[in-house]
Design a protein around this ligand. Structure first.
Ligand code: ATP
Length: 236
């Protein structure tokens, strides 16, 4: 598989506090990569580093050979990085449909079938009947579908998902992940950041475990050894 997103020696700091100490992470087309780690390990900082939304960064983040570090968040979205942010960030004053359409404003054609509202409703039929309601009136799982739909409307080549399972029932989490697996099988590269280690390993091809801002272990998810992962996760 060809590497699509190549992260080399990524460092990120908030003021004087160093959160990432030089991460190397790769994602190929059609691959699901899980980033696991305990509270405060640096998982969200990795996403912030890729999207240049917070902190001072150095190193390299290349999408299909193009350097993203130093670009603005809208430029990064247009380059092909879709973000499903932690906490979903649904705008209460906007309807479900308006929330989804926001993504289209950052959309760019990268050669695949462009995402449309119709395609989003096909992917998440639950949203169809609720399209005119305020986004925040929907259940947590449905709000997560809006957040994924909004990110897909940017026509991403890489989808970054920050803790999408947080606070959701297992059946809903399974449904969301089934959709992400289906999207990856069509070529989308998906990076999922998760504290829910078992689930993340179950649905991913490869994983990176982060501990105190460093990759403490990485490998093929199907071969993951529970003891080694626990050690890499908790640092003991
Ligand atoms: P969680 O699962 O709790 O979201 P995480 O693995 O995503 O954890 P990060 O949010 O990346 O961890 O945080 C990594 C470290 O950076 C933590 O020590 C955190 O307190 C610190 N940190 C995160 N954001 C900021 C910020 N804006 N300013 C200062 N420190 C921050």
């Amino acid at each position: 598989m060809t590497t699509l997103l190549e992260i080399r020696d990524l460092r990120l700091q908030y003021g004087q506090f160093k959160a990432l100490h030089g991460l190397d992470v790769e994602i190929a087309e059609g691959e699901i990569v899980a980033v696991i780690g305990a509270n405060g390990a640096g998982k969200s900082s990795l996403i912030k580093g890729i999207c240049c939304t917070e902190g001072q960064t150095s190193g390299s983040v290349k999408l299909d050979g193009r350097e993203l570090l130093g670009l603005t968040p809208p430029q990064i979205a247009r380059a092909g990085i879709g973000l499903v942010p932690e906490g979903r960030r649904i705008f209460p004053s906007l309807s479900v449909e308006e929330n989804i359409l926001l993504g289209g404003q950052l959309g760019q054609d990268h050669g695949g079938t462009p995402w449309t509202l119709e395609r989003i409703y096909e992917l998440f039929p639950d949203l169809t009947a609720k399209r005119h309601l305020s986004g925040t009136m929907l259940s947590g799982g449905q709000q997560q579908m809006i957040a994924i739909g909004r990110a897909l409307m940017t026509n991403p080549r890489v989808l970054l998902c920050d803790e999408i399972s947080l606070g959701l029932a297992p059946t809903i989490i399974n449904r969301l992940y089934e959709q992400l697996i289906a999207l990856a099988s069509e070529g989308l590269a998906v990076l999922v950041v998760e504290q829910a280690m078992r689930k993340a390993l179950e649905i991913s091809d490869r994983y990176y475990c982060i501990l105190e801002g460093r990759v403490s272990l990485s490998g093929i998810s199907a071969d993951a050894d529970e003891d080694r992962i626990a050690q890499a996760y908790f640092g003991r």
